[in-house]
Design a protein around this ligand. Structure first.
Ligand SMILES: Cc1ncc(COP(=O)(O)O)c(C=O)c1O
Length: 415
């Protein structure tokens, strides 16, 4: 069956080269291919499937909505589906955290929401420049790509990617180095050649960038610098928001107060596309229709997304994410302790095993797949294996996946 893809689909396809199977069915943290082979999923749709594949309560809500001929597509007209999502997002997520944000639904990809955040910051400040960070990943459209670090993706732009000042992320220059020092000095010097930016856009944990976890004090210093120079402080929580770090927002326990939060991936709940900005009310400077998009009114995503928010109504859910994260920490720390060439970074249920070598990490990824584990690489040159199971993975499936992973890495390093 693979030849249908190889013959007709563009060469641009990527993940199917890492996992050359034809997938058919999926449930929670397992996928089955057309030959009936079962795989443990440590990828979770790049952070989309936080609640696993085909979660029953979400499926039921979707089927009910479809059976009742609920509106499926709505641009930005008012619908019962959107009202349900907004109401639950406000009461389950924002109010209990004392947060006050307006919701802007954008075209349903992360990159579109990032574009909207950039445009809003530029509109508010009247400035063009943006500060972003080494190894940051924000999407494939030109504005988001300009603030993304990855050289392969940038080279495909075909035009210059401008209006960005790139600053070393926390840890990039070695542990504890103040990577903001030069920027701070330049922004304070009217003759440095650098003018104040419209925004600082940061991930608290760079997921695609290699699972780089910023220190809270560094992130607070980024926010302080943004405030000092009248720039917006934007947190891109597309991959590590929505419960991944053991909190709903990755920045909740860090003492940060973003002007704009960018969300996508997991918020549609079922793998259905949805993306939005959370905007501080005083920063909601849009004029009606100024940033538009045909697929902003994804009612099916809103129905599934509203149902997914029930996970966060259960006080045991986020502690269970932290507990599973620790379970993975234990298995992976023991592995890393046995091999000096490996290092481990993690927060909640995202772990990165750094091989320091892309070819080796790719080999470990292939060894894992051959043993029935779906996992991908990230980071510079693909040198980091990223462990990102659904947050709902059962403990025994998690253990099974970890055992496969450890075995695959041991086999790779023994060669
Ligand atoms: C932090 C972050 N921002 C933005 C994006 C882009 O999202 P999308 O692929 O939905 O456009 C991603 C995708 O991996 C991401 O991880």
């Amino acid at each position: 069956m693979r030849e249908i893809f190889e013959r007709h689909e563009s060469e641009v396809r990527g993940y199917c080269r890492t996992w050359p199977a034809v997938f058919d069915k999926a449930k929670n943290a397992r996928q089955t291919d057309v030959d009936g082979r079962s795989y443990v999923d440590f990828f979770a749709g790049a952070g989309v499937l936080n609640f696993g594949h085909n979660p029953e309560p979400l499926k039921r809500a979707l089927v009910e909505y479809l059976e009742a001929d609920g509106v499926a597509h709505s641009l930005d007209t008012y619908t019962r589906a959107k009202a349900r999502f907004i109401e639950r997002f406000v009461t389950t997520i924002l109010e209990p955290r004392g947060l006050d944000y307006r919701l802007q639904f954008t075209g349903p990809t992360g990159t579109n929401a990032v574009e909207a955040a950039l445009k809003l910051a530029r509109k508010i400040t009247g400035r063009a420049g943006v500060v972003s960070f080494t190894n940051g990943f924000h999407g494939m459209t030109l504005g988001a790509l300009a603030i993304t670090g990855n050289g392969l993706h940038r080279a495909a732009a075909g035009v210059s990617l401008d209006h960005v000042t790139r600053v070393p992320f926390d840890g990039y220059l070695g542990p504890g180095v103040d990577t903001l020092a030069a920027l701070r000095r330049q922004l304070g010097d009217p003759s440095s050649g650098l003018t104040p930016p419209a925004a600082f856009v940061v991930e608290t944990v760079q997921a695609e960038g290699g699972v780089n976890v910023a220190r809270p004090e560094w992130l607070r210093a980024v926010e302080a610098l943004a405030r000092e120079h009248g720039a917006l402080f934007v947190v891109d929580d597309i991959q590590v928001g929505c419960g991944r770090t053991g909190r709903y927002f990755s920045f909740e326990d860090l003492g940060l107060d973003p002007d704009v939060v960018v969300l996508a991936k997991g918020i549609g709940g079922y793998g259905l596309p949805l993306a939005m900005l959370l905007i501080k009310p005083a920063r909601d400077a849009w004029r009606p229709g100024e940033h538009t998009g045909t697929f902003r009114g994804q009612c099916l995503s809103m129905i599934a997304g509203a149902e997914a928010l029930r996970y966060f109504e259960d006080p045991a859910f986020l502690p269970s994410v932290l507990a599973k994260g620790r379970r993975a920490d234990e298995a992976l720390s023991a592995l890393v302790d046995r091999h000096e060439s490996l290092s481990l970074r993690s927060k909640g249920m995202i772990h990165g095993i750094d091989f320091g070598d892309g070819a080796l990490a790719a080999r470990a990824c292939a060894e894992a797949f051959a043993r029935g584990l779906i996992i991908a690489t990230c980071g510079p040159g693909g040198r980091v294996l990223k462990v990102m199971a659904p947050l709902t993975i059962e403990d025994d499936t998690l253990d099974e996946g970890l055992a496969i992973l450890v075995d695959a890495i041991e086999a790779t390093l023994a060669r």
